[in-house]
Design a protein around this ligand. Structure first.
Ligand code: BDP
Length: 323
């Protein structure tokens, strides 16, 4: 086996035991910083695997974008260079289109609706559909709701968005959403957003409180107006490379799946604590949190539904129908 291969299978013969023990080292990537809830989820998986296999499966977690930006980590996972990745579902739509449905504005009524969908038929169907794109969809993590924030002019109504250059994730639905609001979408990797806000290359962006706050990308330091539009709730995904999966024994596949499932509750708990805390933190620091008429934003985004109704088959309807 070539030494540069990241998926390393080391066969160690232990003196005194008849059977050879196979040590498996897996690399996991996340662009969020250390201690962010998604990273806490991956670290829990790592501990779980260590415990369950007596250290035989070692999951090494690389946080903070050490292995590349989000799009690049998805590509590397598809190729089997990275074994496991935690990403937003938004950029995954370029690899497997149905995932993009989660970016539809105001798709979920609330968090409990979202979790019913993700844990239900549609959520499972989309996870297993990812196989066709070279991924094993292991789990969803919480990412709350996304809200707009700006450097200069605060967004108080849809009219305020006219002509604003707003950074978006790399996802077509989001681009269309910005256009429906009269803004100019500027897709870029999140790691570049802080300085783009600072230099005025963009006027604003959108994200949840933890990513905006000090536990995430610290955009609150340069964009001081945060408007509670809650226009989308885009779940996070934990994906394993199909190449890696195919190399594992049935029982090791099971360990990985169990570890991922167990990590969901840990991530959700950390998420809940942090989202309240981040909201307080940014306000304490002087960022303005602005309430808006949400239904005005919802109405303005109707054209996005007209456009995507066909593309997503009956997925949108099935999601809205979940009670
Ligand atoms: C955050 C997600 C992260 C995305 C980021 C973004 O946790 O994975 O990269 O949004 O806006 O909420 O790109």
């Amino acid at each position: 086996m070539h030494h540069t291969r990241l998926f390393a299978v080391l066969v160690t013969l232990t003196l005194g035991t008849a059977a050879a023990q196979q040590k498996i080292i897996l690399k996991a990537a996340d662009i969020q910083p250390e201690n962010y809830p998604t990273v806490a989820g991956l670290k829990y998986m790592s501990d779980y695997l260590k415990r369950a296999t007596n250290g035989r499966i070692e999951l090494q977690v690389f946080a903070g974008g050490q292995l590349g930006d989000e799009r690049s980590t998805i590509e590397q996972t598809k190729l089997g260079v990275i074994d496991l990745v935690r990403v937003s579902s938004a950029p995954v739509a370029q690899f497997y289109a149905p995932v993009g449905v989660y970016n539809m504005p105001f798709l979920f009524r609330d968090s409990s609706h979202m979790w019913k969908v993700l844990n239900g038929e549609v959520g499972k169907e989309i996870l297993s559909g990812l196989n066709s794109a070279g991924f094993i969809g292991l789990a969803y993590y919480d990412s709350g709701t996304r809200n707009f924030y700006t450097t200069k002019k605060a967004i108080k109504s849809v009219a305020d968005m006219k002509g604003l250059r707003i950074r978006t994730q790399q996802n077509q639905v989001v681009l269309d959403m910005m256009e429906a609001l009269g803004a100019k979408p500027v897709p870029m990797a999140i790691g570049e957003v802080y300085s783009a806000l600072q230099t005025g290359a963009i006027d604003g962006a959108e994200n949840n409180f933890p990513s905006y706050g000090s536990s995430g990308f610290r955009h609150f330091e340069v964009a001081r107006n945060y408007s509670l539009t809650a226009h989308s709730a885009v779940p996070e995904l934990v994906l394993l490379s199909k190449t890696t999966w195919d190399r594992l024994s049935k029982s090791d596949q099971m360990y990985i799946q169990k570890a991922a499932q167990a990590s969901v509750e840990v991530q959700k708990k950390a998420w809940k604590a942090l989202s309240d805390q981040s909201k307080k933190q940014v306000q304490k620091d002087g960022a303005k949190v602005i309430s808006v008429n949400v239904s005005e934003f919802q109405k303005a985004m109707a054209p996005v539904y007209t456009k995507y109704k066909k593309d997503y088959g009956n997925l949108i309807e099935r999601i809205l129908d979940v009670k």
